[in-house]
Design a protein around this ligand. Structure first.
Ligand SMILES: [Zn+2]
Length: 443
C-alpha cells in the first residue's frame, strides 16, 4: 500500500512541498513542489490544510500520576514536599488504576501528536507487580510506539528514605523482573514498537548497588538506561550529604557516564559537569512544564548541546504538569529557553528537541525525522481554529499560537488519529472510568 500525503500547507522537512509517500510503514519518497510521486500510489490524502511534523517523541513521563493531577494536598509545593505528600496516596495504585492511567495518558499524548511514548514507572505495590506487562498491552491496543522504562526503588521509610515500604521492592526482585520483561518484550532493530529500558528512580530512592547492578543487566541485553538526575537543589544536597559528591560524580561512581544513558531533567549542573556529560555522549530529557510548575529551575539546553549532549523533551509525570500534552511542552520549551538564553532560541529548536532529540534519548535513528527510510510516524495539524487566524508562518504558528491537538496522527504507516479523534477509542468512556478511579486517590 502506497499512500501519498499530498501538497501540505507546510512540512518540517526540506523538499516536501508536494508531499510524502508512505509505503509499508516507512517513508518511501519525498515529493518536491509541483511534482508527482515517482511511481503510482494506492491512496491520496489531501493535506493542503495541514502542517506536518515528524511524530513527536516523549522521552520522560510517569503515567500513573494522571490519577493525582492538581491534587489538593500537593499543589503549590516543590519536588520534595510534593513527593512526600503524593507518595502516601500512590500506595493505593492497583493494576486496574495503572491500566486506566496508562490508557488515558497514551491517548492524550497521541492526540497531541506524539507517536512514541516513553514512560518511567518505578512504583511497584504488591498487587501491581506486573506494571510493565499492563503498559505493553495498552500500547499495543492503541498502536502507539512505546519505550517502557522498568523503574525501581529499593530504599524506603525503613531505611530513612521517603517512599513508603509498600511501594518498593528488594534488589533481587527488581533485577529478576527487569530480566523477565526484557526477555519478554524488548524489540531490537528498526521499526521496534515496544522497547524496554531500565530506570532506577532517583539518587534518593535507590541504593548505589542497584544503580551498578542495573547497568550490568542493561548492557548485557543492549537496553538503554534512564534515571532522574540534578532535578532540584534538594537532590544535589542529598547526594553531597549521603555520597559526599555531586550527582554527576555519583553517576560516574556507579557506571552511568556512558552513551547508553539518558537523564531526566538535568538542571543543576556546573560547567565542568556539562562538559563531562557531553564527553561521555549522554542525553538529557528536558521537562520544561514540570520544571516550571515545581519551581525546580531551568535546564541549560544550549550549553548541554554545545558540549555534545543530546537534548530531548518530555512532559514528565501527570502530577507535575498536569497533563500529557507534548505539543504544549514544545511551546513551554521555547518560552523558558527564551528566558534562559535569548530570542535566538527558536520554535525549530523546540521542535527538534521533541523529535530528533527525544529519538536520540531513546537511542533511535529510525524515528524523529521526515526522511526516506524512516518510520512513517507523522503528526498533522490544521490551522483552522481562532487561535491561528492571522498567522503568517505556518510552522511557527503551531508553537507561537499554541497548537495542542493534532488533526491526524500516523504511527508506522497507520492512521491512529483521524479528524482529531483517536481511532477506536471511546474517549468519553475512558474519561468517565479514569476520573471515577482517580477519586480513590483523594482524602
Ligand atoms: Zn520524572
Amino acid at each position: 500500500m502506497r499512500t501519498w500525503i499530498r501538497n501540505p500547507l507546510a512540512c518540517l522537512a526540506n523538499g516536501t512541498g508536494g508531499g510524502i509517500v508512505v509505503e509499508d510503514g516507512t517513508i518511501a519518497e519525498l515529493v518536491a513542489s509541483g511534482r508527482q510521486p515517482g511511481s503510482p500510489v494506492d491512496r491520496v490524502f489531501n493535506a493542503d490544510r495541514h502542517v506536518i511534523v515528524p511524530g513527536l517523541v516523549n522521552a520522560h513521563h510517569h503515567m500513573y500520576q494522571s490519577l493525582t493531577r492538581a491534587h489538593p494536598e500537593a499543589i503549590n509545593k516543590e519536588l520534595f514536599p510534593w513527593l512526600q505528600t503524593l507518595l502516601g496516596f500512590w500506595t493505593r495504585l492497583t493494576p486496574e488504576a495503572h491500566r486506566l492511567a496508562t490508557r488515558l495518558s497514551l491517548t492524550e499524548l497521541l492526540m497531541s501528536g506524539c507517536t512514541t511514548a516513553a514512560d518511567h514507572h518505578y512504583l511497584y505495590t504488591e498487587s501491581c507487580s506486573d506494571a510493565v506487562d499492563i503498559q505493553v498491552e495498552e500500547a499495543r491496543q492503541l498502536g502507539i510506539r512505546m519505550v517502557v522504562s522498568r523503574g525501581s526503588m529499593d530504599l524506603s521509610q525503613r531505611d530513612g528514605a521517603m517512599p513508603p515500604d509498600s511501594v518498593v521492592q528488594d534488589r533481587d526482585t527488581i533485577l529478576a523482573d527487569c530480566e523477565r520483561v526484557i526477555g519478554r518484550y524488548h524489540e531490537k532493530g528498526e521499526g521496534a514498537m515496544i522497547q524496554i529500558a531500565l530506570a532506577p528512580c532517583t539518587p534518593f530512592t535507590v541504593t548505589p548497588e542497584l544503580m551498578i547492578e542495573t547497568t550490568a543487566l542493561a548492557r548485557r541485553h543492549g537496553c538503554r538506561l534512564h534515571t532522574h538526575i540534578a532535578e532540584t537543589r534538594d537532590e544535589v544536597a542529598y547526594c553531597e550529604h549521603h555520597f559526599g559528591c555531586r550527582p554527576v560524580e555519583y553517576l560516574e561512581r556507579t557506571g552511568w557516564l556512558a552513551p547508553d544513558v539518558w537523564l531526566a531533567h538535568g538542571i543543576h549542573f556546573t560547567d565542568a559537569e556539562i562538559g563531562t556529560l557531553g564527553g561521555h555522549g549522554l542525553a538529557v530529557c528536558h521537562c520544561p512544564t514540570s520544571n516550571m510548575l515545581l519551581a525546580s529551575g531551568q535546564c541549560r539546553t544550549r550549553d548541554l548541546e554545545a558540549a555534545g549532549v543530546t537534548v530531548g523533551l518530555g512532559v514528565d509525570g501527570s502530577a507535575s504538569n498536569d497533563n500529557s500534552n507534548l505539543m504544549e511542552s514544545v511551546r513551554h520549551a521555547l518560552l523558558i529557553n527564551r528566558l534562559t538564553y535569548d530570542a535566538t532560541v527558536t520554535h525549530l529548536d523546540a521542535l527538534r528537541w521533541a523529535t530528533e532529540g527525544s529519538a536520540g534519548c531513546l537511542g533511535r535513528h529510525d524515528i524523529g525525522a521526515i526522511a526516506v527510510g524512516r518510520q512513517a510516524d507523522l503528526a498533522l495539524y490544521t490551522l483552522d481554529e481562532l487561535r491561528f487566524s492571522g498567522a503568517g508562518d505556518p510552522l511557527a504558528a503551531l508553537i507561537l499560537c499554541g497548537a495542542y491537538r493534532a488533526d491526524r496522527v500516523m504511527v508506522a504507516g497507520r492512521w491512529l488519529v483521524e479528524d482529531g479523534m483517536p481511532v477506536g477509542v471511546d474517549i468519553e468512556r475512558l474519561r468517565h472510568e479514569h476520573s471515577a478511579m482517580a477519586r480513590r486517590f483523594v482524602d
